[in-house]
Design a protein around this ligand. Structure first.
Ligand code: AMP
Ligand code: GLY
Length: 420
């Protein structure tokens, strides 16, 4: 099979790495890719958010299966354009991608599906939003309705911060994404990520993970896209996962089908767990980044068969082969991230790294320049390892990091502390 993956991060490097291990893959192209991906697959450059451009490229290159990494092409209808052209694609339609692109849509679906989640109000008017905040009191959570690159959520511990967030959002801080807001009850508990493959009818859980969102050790400092992750997430026990499937995931799938927007692709449910009860925090319509890296490490070559089965609506007969293993990924980021950071610093020590089914350095924001690998993003490398225990995997990941020579970058030493 000729396969095209859309995206350029560590998530897409991990997807490409898993796909390349599957003998059914004849040719793999990743667009736009990065320096790490270029070592295992061909890279191509075109606008991946433009459905017409993606279809043209796929037709010209005899692509038979497209895997969409990030949410933006999905929210732009790229999967719809591919399906219209008769090209098999893994990823939801524009209508189904609203589960990530519109928080009020998701809340509405949860209401209809009777899925446990935070109580909420939906507002298009600042005065009404503020009145609701004053009535509910703090802590309270203010969310821009649309896609805001992970920055549209303010968890306000006091009322004034929530009121200020309303001013920011209606003042245009998030552009169009803030013209509507969802205000939610603050949920207490432990967060975990649950990943479910869906083919419109069948939902198949493929793993759990937890990530570290804060930039600093001890989970302190500003929020980031994620500084590290591990799988499985011990807090998401089999029993709680089953509860989440029965009370949240399947009812959501059924409701989406009923609305004429069946969900096909990976559904990433952010859950808040307290006293054995999961509640939905949010849905994403893509793999998490860096959660994907640990999931791919654990699934290996079967990941491609599973995504292919989802695209062909064959999940009812698909099975996940579990190994009793643990994986961890540690993010190396450019100094200054998540604030402003320099690009172009040289990374040394990558050539000698092991690259096998237990150890991989996935590239997130790199490019090749004059024979060197240089940093081109905020999150730059994902040093990933798998082992019989989380401790074993973690020790190996940090051993690898210690041989990477990159004065322009930093990482957290405590990834996985909660589970250990
Ligand atoms: P989201 O973009 O919706 O995932 O929100 C980002 C983060 O904000 C989540 O991962 C949670 O840590 C936090 N968060 C969002 N909604 C709530 C809520 N209702 N209660 C508590 N924390 C929340
Ligand atoms: N690591 C969090 C996310 O991908 O949204």
């Amino acid at each position: 099979m000729n396969i095209l993956i859309l995206g350029s991060g560590g998530r897409e490097h991990a997807l490409a790495w898993a796909v390349m291990q599957n003998p059914k893959c004849d040719k793999l192209i990743v667009a736009p890719g990065n320096a790490g991906i270029a070592k295992i697959a061909d890279c191509a450059s075109f606008d991946i958010n433009d459905g017409g451009a993606v279809v043209n490229f796929a037709e010209e290159n005899a692509i038979e299966f497209v895997i969409v990494g990030p949410e933006a092409p999905l929210a732009n209808g790229v999967a719809d354009r591919l399906r219209e052209a008769g090209i098999l694609v893994f990823g939801p339609s524009e209508g189904a991608a609203r589960l990530e692109a519109s928080k009020s849509f998701t809340k509405e679906v949860c209401d209809a599906a009777d899925a446990p989640t935070a109580a909420y109000g939906h507002f298009t008017d600042a005065a009404q939003a503020k009145a609701y905040i004053r009535e509910q009191g703090a802590p309270i959570v203010v969310k821009a309705d649309g896609l805001a690159a992970g920055k549209g959520v303010i968890v306000a511990m006091d009322e004034q911060s929530a009121l200020d967030a309303i001013d920011d959002m209606f003042g245009g801080a998030f552009g169009g994404a803030g013209a509507e807001v969802v205000i939610e009850e603050f949920m207490d508990g432990e967060e975990a990520s649950f990943f479910i493959l869906c083919d419109g009818k069948t939902a198949l859980p493929i793993g759990t993970a937890q990530d570290h969102k804060r930039v600093g050790e001890g989970d302190t400092g500003p929020n980031t896209g994620g500084m590290g992750a591990y799988s499985p997430a011990p807090v998401l026990t089999d029993e709680i996962a089953q509860k989440a499937m029965d009370e949240i995931i399947r009812p959501t799938m059924d409701e989406m089908a009923k609305r004429g927007v069946p969900y096909q692709g990976i559904l990433y449910a952010g859950l808040m767990i307290k006293d054995g009860q999961p509640r939905l925090v949010e849905y994403n319509v893509r793999f998490g980044d860096p959660e994907c890296q640990v999931l791919m490490m654990r699934l290996g070559a079967q990941a491609m068969d599973l995504m292919h089965a989802a695209a062909e609506e064959r999940l009812d007969t698909a099975k996940v082969n579990w190994a009793d293993d643990h994986a961890i990924t540690v993010v190396m980021a450019a100094n200054g991230y998540p604030g402003s950071y320099e690009k172009g610093s040289v990374i040394k020590g990558l050539d000698g790294q092991p690259e096998d089914s237990k150890n991989m350095v996935f590239h997130a924001g790199t490019a090749a320049k004059d024979g060197d690998v240089i940093a081109t993003g905020g999150r730059v490398l994902n040093v990933t390892a798998r082992g019989a225990s989380l401790q074993e995997a973690r020790d190996r990941a940090y051993d690898m990091i210690d041989t990477i020579d990159w004065p322009g970058g930093f990482f957290r030493r405590d990834i996985g502390w909660r589970a250990l």
